[in-house]
Write a protein that binds this ligand. Structure first.
Ligand SMILES: Cc1ncc(COP(=O)(O)OP(=O)(O)O)c(N)n1
Ligand code: TZP
Ligand code: MG
Length: 238
């Protein structure tokens, strides 16, 4: 079955070389996958296209070596060009994550094809109206948040007036109920947040620093996965 139909965003790592305290990205990804993470996104605002292709290749190999190419999705943030180039080189990349100012969803879908995953960051401004009304026919999940401000992405949750809007657990529960497609929540998420977040009914959490900056990334990733699995509600069927 295509990984798109089987998408699992319950434990989602976003990572790039600027996040790892100089440790190899591939090693952090390996730790996360062995800990049970279900989705990996390569995201770098500093790496060149060639570096991103190489990181994507390493991530894809790590997933394959773990025997999880059919269960752990590998996405690239923003860079449709990088995905197309990687695929041209025979690298298995499963899709893209784009935000509100990135390449439009219909273009991503056209170039990546029906078996690919296209994830989209939900709009901050008028979030609930957006979730209820946007055409989701080509979108596989919404990324939303933040739970709190985060130095990993200082503009996360920035409203039209430049203020950062954080989301309460009640708002996140509402989002889970309203969204016609799965929702993954990130931005400032740490281990202690997982039990209440898992109880909101969303489909998953995403983290950067909780894992990539941990003294022991594998242990932290393991604890995050265990906490999610112990506390998650039965997903709302969508
Ligand atoms: C899973 C997930 N959700 C949201 C984002 C943020 O995407 P975007 O708004 O495009 O911002 P950048 O990540 O490009 O800075 C994400 N990357 N992943
Ligand atoms: C990529 C991204 N998109 C929204 S918040 C964020 C960064 C989250 O980083 P952290 O988990 O370190 O707060
Ligand atoms: Mg983006």
């Amino acid at each position: 079955m295509s990984i798109r139909k089987n998408i699992n965003i319950s434990a989602y790592l976003v990572v790039g070389p600027e996040n790892t305290k100089n440790r190899p990205v591939g090693t952090i990804i390996k730790d996360a996958i062995e800990a049970g993470f279900t989705c990996i996104q390569i995201r770098s605002k500093v790496a060149s296209a060639l570096e991103l292709i190489q990181l994507t290749r390493e991530a894809s190999e790590v997933i394959a070596q773990a025997g999880k190419s059919d269960e752990v999705a590998l996405l690239v943030n923003d860079r449709l060009d990088v995905i197309l180039a990687a695929r041209k080189q025979g690298i298995k990349v499963d899709g893209i994550h784009v935000g509100q100012s990135d390449i439009p969803v219909d273009v991503c879908r056209e170039y990546l094809g029906d078996d690919s995953i296209v994830g989209v960051s939900a709009r901050t401004h008028e979030l609930f109206e957006y979730i209820k009304t946007v055409d989701v026919s080509q979108i596989d999940y919404f990324g939303a948040g933040p739970l709190r401000e985060t130095k990993t992405k200082p503009d996360c949750g920035m409203d039209l007036d430049g203020k950062i809007v954080i989301r309460s657990l009640d708002e996140i529960s509402e989002l889970a109920k309203l969204s016609p497609i799965p929702v993954v929540i990130g931005g400032g998420v740490k281990l202690a947040d997982i039990p209440p977040l898992a109880q909101t009914g969303v489909d998953g959490f995403f983290v950067v620093s909780a894992v990539t900056e941990a003294d022991d990334p594998k242990l932290e990733a393991t604890n995050l996965v265990i906490a999610w699995n112990l506390n998650k509600l039965n997903p709302i069927s969508k």
